[in-house]
Design a protein around this ligand. Structure first.
Ligand SMILES: [Zn+2]
Length: 138
Protein backbone atom coordinates (compact mmCIF):
# COMPACT_ATOMS: atom_id res chain seq x y z
CA UNK A 1 0.00 0.00 0.00
CA UNK A 2 1.37 3.38 -1.03
CA UNK A 3 0.62 6.59 0.80
CA UNK A 4 0.00 9.73 -1.18
CA UNK A 5 0.76 13.24 0.00
CA UNK A 6 -2.84 13.79 1.04
CA UNK A 7 -2.75 11.01 3.58
CA UNK A 8 0.52 12.32 4.99
CA UNK A 9 -1.06 15.74 5.26
CA UNK A 10 -4.03 14.29 7.13
CA UNK A 11 -1.62 12.64 9.50
CA UNK A 12 0.13 15.93 10.26
CA UNK A 13 -3.22 17.63 10.78
CA UNK A 14 -3.74 15.43 13.77
CA UNK A 15 -6.39 13.09 12.48
CA UNK A 16 -4.85 10.40 14.63
CA UNK A 17 -5.36 8.61 17.85
CA UNK A 18 -5.68 10.70 20.98
CA UNK A 19 -3.61 8.15 22.89
CA UNK A 20 -1.14 6.61 20.42
CA UNK A 21 1.24 5.69 23.26
CA UNK A 22 -1.33 3.56 25.03
CA UNK A 23 -0.55 -0.17 24.94
CA UNK A 24 -3.77 -2.04 24.25
CA UNK A 25 -4.74 -5.54 25.22
CA UNK A 26 -6.48 -6.84 22.12
CA UNK A 27 -9.08 -9.58 21.91
CA UNK A 28 -9.94 -11.26 18.62
CA UNK A 29 -13.65 -11.20 17.81
CA UNK A 30 -15.25 -13.75 15.50
CA UNK A 31 -18.13 -11.87 13.96
CA UNK A 32 -19.39 -8.40 13.18
CA UNK A 33 -22.46 -9.06 15.33
CA UNK A 34 -20.34 -10.00 18.34
CA UNK A 35 -18.16 -6.94 17.86
CA UNK A 36 -21.14 -4.60 17.62
CA UNK A 37 -22.69 -6.10 20.76
CA UNK A 38 -19.39 -5.88 22.66
CA UNK A 39 -18.97 -2.21 21.77
CA UNK A 40 -22.58 -1.11 22.21
CA UNK A 41 -23.44 -2.85 25.47
CA UNK A 42 -20.29 -3.05 27.57
CA UNK A 43 -17.74 -0.84 29.28
CA UNK A 44 -14.13 -1.89 28.98
CA UNK A 45 -10.83 -0.66 30.41
CA UNK A 46 -9.31 2.25 28.52
CA UNK A 47 -6.56 -0.04 27.27
CA UNK A 48 -8.97 -2.58 25.75
CA UNK A 49 -9.11 -3.23 22.05
CA UNK A 50 -10.72 -5.67 19.65
CA UNK A 51 -9.58 -7.15 16.38
CA UNK A 52 -11.90 -8.24 13.63
CA UNK A 53 -11.18 -8.83 9.94
CA UNK A 54 -7.83 -6.98 9.82
CA UNK A 55 -9.20 -3.99 11.70
CA UNK A 56 -8.44 -2.89 15.22
CA UNK A 57 -11.02 -1.15 17.36
CA UNK A 58 -9.00 0.46 20.15
CA UNK A 59 -10.42 2.28 23.13
CA UNK A 60 -9.08 5.79 22.64
CA UNK A 61 -11.26 7.65 25.11
CA UNK A 62 -10.43 9.47 28.31
CA UNK A 63 -13.02 7.85 30.59
CA UNK A 64 -14.37 4.33 30.82
CA UNK A 65 -17.88 5.79 31.14
CA UNK A 66 -17.70 7.38 27.70
CA UNK A 67 -15.69 5.01 25.52
CA UNK A 68 -14.49 6.25 22.18
CA UNK A 69 -12.98 3.75 19.79
CA UNK A 70 -10.55 4.42 16.99
CA UNK A 71 -10.96 2.04 14.07
CA UNK A 72 -7.67 1.21 12.40
CA UNK A 73 -6.92 -0.78 9.26
CA UNK A 74 -3.97 -3.06 9.95
CA UNK A 75 -1.14 -2.79 7.42
CA UNK A 76 1.47 -4.90 9.13
CA UNK A 77 2.10 -6.80 12.34
CA UNK A 78 5.64 -7.31 13.61
CA UNK A 79 5.58 -9.07 16.95
CA UNK A 80 3.69 -6.72 19.25
CA UNK A 81 4.14 -3.72 16.98
CA UNK A 82 1.28 -2.98 14.64
CA UNK A 83 1.37 -0.59 11.71
CA UNK A 84 -2.12 0.68 11.05
CA UNK A 85 -4.05 3.66 9.74
CA UNK A 86 -6.94 5.25 11.57
CA UNK A 87 -10.03 5.10 9.40
CA UNK A 88 -12.84 6.12 11.71
CA UNK A 89 -14.01 6.84 15.23
CA UNK A 90 -17.12 5.81 17.12
CA UNK A 91 -18.63 6.35 20.57
CA UNK A 92 -20.64 3.14 20.62
CA UNK A 93 -21.83 2.76 24.21
CA UNK A 94 -25.62 2.79 24.27
CA UNK A 95 -25.98 2.88 20.50
CA UNK A 96 -28.25 0.36 18.84
CA UNK A 97 -26.27 -2.75 17.96
CA UNK A 98 -27.47 -2.46 14.35
CA UNK A 99 -25.97 1.04 14.09
CA UNK A 100 -22.62 -0.13 15.42
CA UNK A 101 -22.84 -3.00 12.92
CA UNK A 102 -23.39 -0.43 10.18
CA UNK A 103 -20.27 1.43 11.24
CA UNK A 104 -18.24 -1.78 11.16
CA UNK A 105 -19.65 -2.55 7.69
CA UNK A 106 -18.63 0.91 6.47
CA UNK A 107 -15.10 0.33 7.74
CA UNK A 108 -14.87 -3.03 6.02
CA UNK A 109 -16.31 -1.65 2.78
CA UNK A 110 -13.65 1.07 2.70
CA UNK A 111 -16.06 3.98 3.15
CA UNK A 112 -13.56 6.04 5.05
CA UNK A 113 -10.66 8.41 4.69
CA UNK A 114 -7.37 7.28 6.07
CA UNK A 115 -4.80 8.93 8.21
CA UNK A 116 -1.10 8.28 7.75
CA UNK A 117 0.34 5.10 9.18
CA UNK A 118 0.77 4.79 12.92
CA UNK A 119 3.01 2.45 14.86
CA UNK A 120 1.21 1.02 17.87
CA UNK A 121 1.90 -1.60 20.46
CA UNK A 122 -0.79 -4.22 21.01
CA UNK A 123 -0.78 -7.41 23.04
CA UNK A 124 -3.16 -10.35 23.35
CA UNK A 125 -5.63 -9.39 26.07
CA UNK A 126 -4.76 -12.45 28.16
CA UNK A 127 -1.13 -11.36 28.12
CA UNK A 128 -1.72 -7.71 28.89
CA UNK A 129 -1.74 -5.60 32.00
CA UNK A 130 -1.00 -1.94 32.61
CA UNK A 131 -1.87 0.82 35.04
CA UNK A 132 -5.17 1.42 33.23
CA UNK A 133 -6.55 -2.03 33.96
CA UNK A 134 -4.56 -3.28 36.96
CA UNK A 135 -5.55 -3.01 40.59
CA UNK A 136 -8.88 -1.45 39.88
CA UNK A 137 -11.12 -1.12 42.89
CA UNK A 138 -14.40 0.10 41.46
ZN1 LIG B 1 -4.18 -2.35 30.55
Amino acid sequence: MKYDENSIQEFSQGDIMLHPDRVHGVRAVDSEKDLAEILANHKWPLCMGFEFDDFLYLNDGDREDTPEYASLKIDDVDGLMVTAREVGRIKPLGMEVSKVSGFVQDMRAGRWSTSGPLRLKAEPDWHHSCELCEFRED
